[in-house]
Design a protein around this ligand. Structure first.
Ligand code: ZN
Length: 230
């Protein structure tokens, strides 16, 4: 499908679900943290550093690593902004694999951070919420001496059932599902598409084709380029 047809498809849809991935954040200067050429290069296995085991057994190592994933100066880019703007004429829902909280920062109304957000932190001892700025200063909670962690889904941890249920509801109700900036390989996120209404349409905007066992339209383009035209 060409860019113009993709734009029309979005403009003519009423209930739109965006399924977003790392390609939506790169324009904000956030590297794809799953890419080995990114922040993982030259250090220990990310699957371990971002695991529940590492957090429990070697919390200092976990903390040192996770702090590198914060990009406090990153701001929403044209993609986040256009998705927000679409809310004025469409019912827009966003389900994101990104943990950078940029859709929230862009003030989109309906966002599920499927893998949690780095900017949502809490104390594991007293369960109180803690500002991410405070977590970046120390992972020890001043009030109780407990350890603070970000509310992101670590390796070995399960997803929030609320995130899953809300996401399924949204996908079922959508008349257009737009997969943006993701290779769509991470399960169960990629399994959400199985809940789509058979009458809905699926549009993929990505640099590379993705494997998808559902009929879909594909625009081979960076999300940034596409959304700039929208
Ligand atoms: Zn505490």
């Amino acid at each position: 499908m060409d860019e113009g047809s993709g734009i029309n498809l979005i403009k003519n849809s009423s209930r739109i679900v965006f399924l977003t991935g790392a390609g939506v954040s790169t324009a904000s200067g956030i590297p794809d943290y799953r890419s080995m050429t990114g922040v993982y290069q030259g250090i220990e296995e990310p699957e371990y550093l971002l695991s529940h085991t590492c957090l429990m057994r070697e919390p200092e190592k976990f903390y040192t690593f996770v702090k590198q994933l914060y990009h406090q100066t990153a701001r929403p880019n044209i993609i986040h902004k256009k998705m927000k703007e679409l809310e004025s004429a469409h019912d827009v829902r966003i389900i994101s694999q990104n943990i950078d909280g940029l859709h929230d920062q862009g003030e989109s109304q309906h966002v599920v951070n499927f893998h949690g957000s780095l900017y949502d932190c809490y104390c594991m001892t007293c369960q109180k919420n803690v500002a991410s700025e405070d977590y970046l200063i120390s992972d020890i909670h001043e009030n109780c001496g407990g350890r603070i962690r970000p509310n992101v889904v670590l390796y070995e941890e399960g997803l929030s059932s609320e995130a899953i249920e809300t996401s399924i509801e949204w996908v079922e109700a959508a008349d257009l599902i737009v997969i943006v900036g993701t290779s769509f390989k991470v399960y169960p996120f990629s399994g959400l598409i199985d809940y789509r209404n058979p009458n809905s349409q699926v549009l993929v905007i990505n640099n590379e084709a993705i494997t998808l066992h559902h009929p879909h339209e594909f625009i081979q383009e960076s999300a940034e380029t596409f959304f700039s035209q929208l």
